[in-house]
Structure formats: C-alpha cells, structure tokens
Write a protein that binds this ligand. Structure first.
Ligand code: GLA
Length: 378
C-alpha cells in the first residue's frame, strides 16, 4: 500500500519500508531525565516510513495525510531549519550526519496509525522510523539503543524539546509480549514478560482527548526544578537520592514546591522497582496499587495532571480497576488502568459516562498489546 502511495508522490518505487511503534509507559514518569527507571511497552500502532535514496543530497519529505512535499538540503540542515512535522525526519537526518554517518539525500513518505498529541510518543516513533530508514538506505548498521540515543539528541537539539530517553528506547528496544525495564543511570535493559490476559487481566489505555495545555513549557519547567534540586542537594541527578534518604534530602530543601517535585521522582523510581519485582514474582494484580500511588504523586506532588486525567483515573478505580494512572508527560494524553478482563466494558462505560457528565470530549480507548520495537518491513 505505502509503496503505491510512494510511487504516486515520488514517481518511483521505494527502496525499502521501515516502522517504529509508539509506546505506553506502565510506570516511571518524569524519571528518565533524572537517570531513573522506566517500564514502557511498545504499541501495535506505529509510524511507517517508505524511502528511496537520492545521490544529490536533497531531502524530500511527504505524508500520506496530505500537504506539500517538504524539501531541504542534507548539507544545509541546521537546528530549526525545517518546520512542522518534517522537523522530525529532518532532525533524524541532521543528527546522523552530525554524528559522522554517511547518510545520503532521500525521499521519505510517512504513514501513521498512531494518534498525535495523545502522549503515545508519535514524535519519538517518527524520529526512530526516519533514522532507521536513512541508515537502511545506505546499508549502515547501528545498534537500536544507539539509534535511540542519537534521535533523542535530535529531539533535544534540532526540534528543541528537552525530553528524556524513554520514548526513543521504547520505540527501538521493546519486544513483543514484554515491558522494557530500562535503568537510565546504568544504561541497562531487561525484558519483563507482560501478559495481563494470562492472569485474567487487561491493560486499558484511554486517550482522554484533553487539549494539551502548555505542555512544552511545563515539561521544561519540571525538568529545571529537578536539576535545581539536585544542585542544591549536591548530587549530579535526583536518582542519587534513595527512598531511605528522602526525608533527609527534603529537610535540606527550603522551597515547598521543589520538595514535592523531588518526592515524586524519588518515590516514583522506587515504585518502578517494586512493580518489576511483583511482575517477576507473577503478582501482576498487586501492581495495581502502585499505578494508583503513581497517579496521586503526579497529581499532588509533580502537578502534571489535568481534570480529564483525574476524572478518568478516579472513575476507573470507582468502577473496580485494580489500579490506574496517567501515562506519559502529562497535561493531557492517556490513562492506563489494570482491570479484571471481565470488567473491561463496565470500566470503559463508566469513564464514558463520567466524561459526558462533566461535558468533556468523549474519551477514546486504544488497543495496547505489548508489541515489537522498530524494524525494517521490506
Ligand atoms: C515524555 C518525554 C519522556 C518522559 C515522559 C515522562 O514522554 O518524552 O522523555 O520524560 O514524558 O515520563
């Protein structure tokens, strides 16, 4: 399908097709840029990029969703030089060239079934899919975690979003049927089997359709607070503070808001560790309360929820969910809820009703089978 569309747009067949998935994080929010722990799964929904090399250094980007073909010169790319959605494939080309990879000009056609603005990491997926397409067109092999690190730099320095490394690692390194336990400080990965159906459970993911409010500014502000707190505490990053040392650390901070930010990060890292221990022990049901504690921490201490997220979580819990939390950067996006499989419909119906009662935009459930990380399709 995408090959035919590619031919319509660019007048020739693509040399190859690549894919990179979105992600949902099970637990561990705003911990990645503090060198903490995260536990994402990759989604079945993904970005697909068809590509063909060009010998003349010209880059031409198009989307199956329409709009003009956007053009740029590989050699002339500088941060911010390509606007809108094409900044992501351009950023991927920029970082690869900056890092010394011998990528060429290319035509890239982007297709997606990943909702944008839903906190499912469509940006990271677009960067990852574009990078592996540009590398694949030249037959250059780069390890998946290295691609993730490269495109994070592109997102930070080309697009200008100060994000951590979770989303790119999830898109590149997740495997089917597993959650990715990623320790950013150690740069170590473990694949944790995650199959709620085997326990009679289901992971619900619901897009609350809240308009993202001040996302970029608020995200950067949270990140700065964490850096300020670490500097005041005399540690390189907040990961250096353990739960046991939390009270001492809090006593040394005089700003009440900063104290709450630190409490979120430190307790959230501990919750990821506990969740993984429980999952490894086959006690998935017991992970539910950790989800809920994570949400409360993000609502009260990190202050990144919005009414739609809180209503969805509260309603899911009242309707019998074992645990629920917002997932992703916050200020909109999705919630996840761990429910008995038999309660799936009633929990979803309760959330829909609560949203109607509050006059919110109807929420939208998203299927979330833990899926494989990025790969070449053809
Ligand atoms: C966004 C960022 C990630 C991470 C999450 C919050 O998704 O891209 O790096 O910080 O927010 O956990």
């Amino acid at each position: 399908m995408i090959a035919e569309k590619f031919e319509q747009v660019f007048g020739r067949r693509p040399d190859g097709v690549w894919r990179a998935p979105g992600r949902v994080n099970l637990i561990g929010e705003h911990t990645d840029y503090n060198d903490g722990l995260v536990l994402p799964i990759a989604l079945p929904q993904q970005i697909v990029v068809a590509g063909a090399a060009r010998p003349d250094g010209r880059l031409r980007f198009a989307s199956t969703q329409g709009g003009d073909v956007i053009e740029a010169d590989l050699a002339a790319l500088t941060p911010g030089s390509v606007p809108d959605w094409a900044a992501y494939p351009a950023g991927a080309a920029w970082i690869l060239r900056e890092s010394g990879y011998d990528v060429s000009g290319a035509e890239l056609l982007v297709d997606s079934d990943l909702p944008t603005g839903a906190g499912l990491s469509s940006s990271a997926a677009l960067l990852c899919a574009s990078a592996i397409a540009l590398l694949g067109l030249r037959g250059i092999e780069v390890a998946p975690d290295e691609v993730a690190r490269l495109v994070q730099k592109a997102e930070n320095n080309y697009v200008g979003a100060p994000v951590g490394l979770m989303d790119q690692m999830a898109s590149m390194c997740c495997t089917k049927g597993h959650a990715l336990y990623f320790d950013i400080q150690e740069m170590s990965l473990a694949q944790i089997p995650f199959d709620p159906a085997a326990d009679g459970l289901r992971l619900l993911v619901v897009d609350v359709k809240a308009p993202h409010r001040h996302v970029d500014g608020e995200y950067a502000e949270r990140r700065r607070s964490c850096e300020t707190a670490a500097a005041q505490l005399g540690v390189p990053v907040l990961r250096a503070i353990s739960v046991d040392g939390l009270d001492d650390a809090l006593a040394r901070l005089d700003d009440e808001v900063v104290r709450r930010r630190v409490r979120h990060v430190v307790t959230e890292v501990a919750r990821v560790e506990q969740a993984v221990e429980l999952m490894r022990a086959g006690r998935l049901r017991d992970v539910g309360p950790l989800f809920t504690a994570s949400h409360v921490s993000m609502r009260d201490d990190f202050e990144i929820t919005v009414p739609e997220l809180d209503v969805a979580v509260d309603t899911a819990l009242a309707a019998g969910a074992l645990g629920a939390r917002m997932t992703g950067g916050g200020f909109g996006g999705c919630i996840i809820a761990l429910v008995e499989a038999s309660a799936t419909e009633s929990v979803l119906a309760a959330i829909e009703k609560a949203f109607a009662d509050h006059g919110f935009t109807p929420p939208s459930p998203i299927s979330a089978d833990p899926s494989a990380g990025a790969s070449r399709i053809s």
